[in-house]
Design a binder for this molecule. Structure first.
Ligand SMILES: [Zn+2]
Length: 372
């Protein structure tokens, strides 16, 4: 039997097939958009987050020098974070731990935690890592020397500290406990400090979390992690270890504040092993992070000596801080976040069918050419 469709007919067939496949994808996307029942707060407070103060918080950290575990500069910065937290939280806790260096000497590390509204049983965590990287492996010079870490480390700490000030001022207005949590030893993986992994401090904290709350009476709502939130032209990615329902709601909050570029409707996706990962089995988590891994993304100073104040944009601090502030007022007390696996199973299946359809069309087209 001779099949005699023209190439044009095959193209029309592919076109129709593609359109037919688009309809269920779009329909399901609309159907599966997160539906959040009723925001707790009907009042949207004027945003009080002060980006200039956050910028100064980065400068202060850089003034201490490199915050590399095992150095006096590192300890001095820890004291400053603690002092700041004493001013704006009800309870400050230090989690001390040690990690071994290449010569098996213990390196003293510390996670630092400030709590407000400790009378409430549900807990929101806002976090960042406060250590800075011991090496500059992506630089062309002095690769074995530490980086300033203005964005990588410094920006997250700066915003979380400023948020502690803001939320402490307004803590009567929401019914959640908030933890401001600063992780040590995040940024020394892949040779930063020999044999250390990424997110060592967060892993240690997660292993000991029972010491910091009463699991019989307290529950975690969610964890936000701020990592590299101060660079120019801020654009957050779809971080795939994060809870996608929480992420969708957070991005929506950002867009409602007018930050359309920072919170794109269709963000680039990637899996980032960061401080939130150890907590995923305990609560929904969200890593607010950028595409730092691609040198052409505009953040080519990542893990170089150029990660300094020149590459910090106060506007990005404003976007991040304001969105977290607004988000907490909208969703405090909620514990309804689900990982929406169904959405990805359906999108994956439909995508698979589309690829299969295209493959069948290609085979069909090639066979037809042979026959003619
Ligand atoms: Zn880093």
């Amino acid at each position: 039997m001779k099949i005699s469709h023209s190439p044009r007919k095959v193209l029309i067939l592919i076109g129709i097939l593609s359109i037919l496949l688009c309809i269920p994808v779009i329909g399901l996307k609309l159907l599966l958009e997160p539906t959040f029942i009723v925001p707790n707060s009907s009042v949207h407070f004027p945003i009080e987050f002060n980006a200039t103060q956050a910028y100064e918080n980065i400068r202060t950290q850089l003034d201490f020098g490199y915050r590399v575990p095992g150095t006096v500069e590192h300890n001095a910065c820890a004291d400053w974070i603690r002092d700041e937290l004493f001013l704006v939280t009800e309870e400050v806790v230090t989690h001390n731990f040690s990690l071994l260096d290449a010569e098996n000497n213990p390196i003293f590390c510390q996670n630092i935690l400030g709590k407000i509204n400790t009378n409430y049983s549900n807990i929101i965590i806002i976090s960042a890592h406060w250590d800075s990287r011991a090496i500059a492996e992506k630089d062309t010079v002095n690769q074995d020397q530490p980086i300033p870490g203005a964005n990588d480390g410094g920006s997250g700490v700066a915003v979380v500290l400023e948020l502690a000030r803001v939320f402490n001022r307004n803590k009567a207005e929401f019914n959640s406990q908030i933890w401001f949590l600063f992780f040590d030893a995040e940024d020394q993986g892949s040779g930063g400090i020999a044999d250390w992994g990424w997110a060592e401090g967060a892993t240690e904290f997660r292993a000991n979390i029972e010491s910091f709350y009463d699991s019989a009476t307290e529950q975690f709502s969610f964890l936000l992690l701020l990592d590299m939130v101060g660079g120019h032209d801020l654009k957050f990615i779809d971080e795939r270890y994060s809870n996608n329902e929480l992420q969708d709601a957070f991005f929506q909050e950002g867009r409602e504040l007018g930050y359309l570029r920072a919170f794109p409707k269709f963000p680039e996706a990637n899996w980032i092993s960061d401080d939130h990962v150890p907590f995923r089995n305990l609560m929904p988590t969200l890593d607010l992070i950028i595409n730092f891994y691609n040198p052409s993304s505009g953040w080519d100073y990542h893990h170089t000596h150029q990660d300094n104040l020149d590459n910090i944009d106060e506007n990005s601090l404003e976007i991040t801080g304001s969105t977290v502030e607004s988000f907490i007022y909208t969703y405090h007390g909620k514990t309804t976040w689900n990982q929406n696996y169904l959405k990805w199973i359906i999108i994956g299946s439909v995508g698979g069918v589309a690829i299969l359809g295209a493959a069948v069309a290609v085979v069909f087209f090639k066979r037809k050419r042979k026959l003619t």
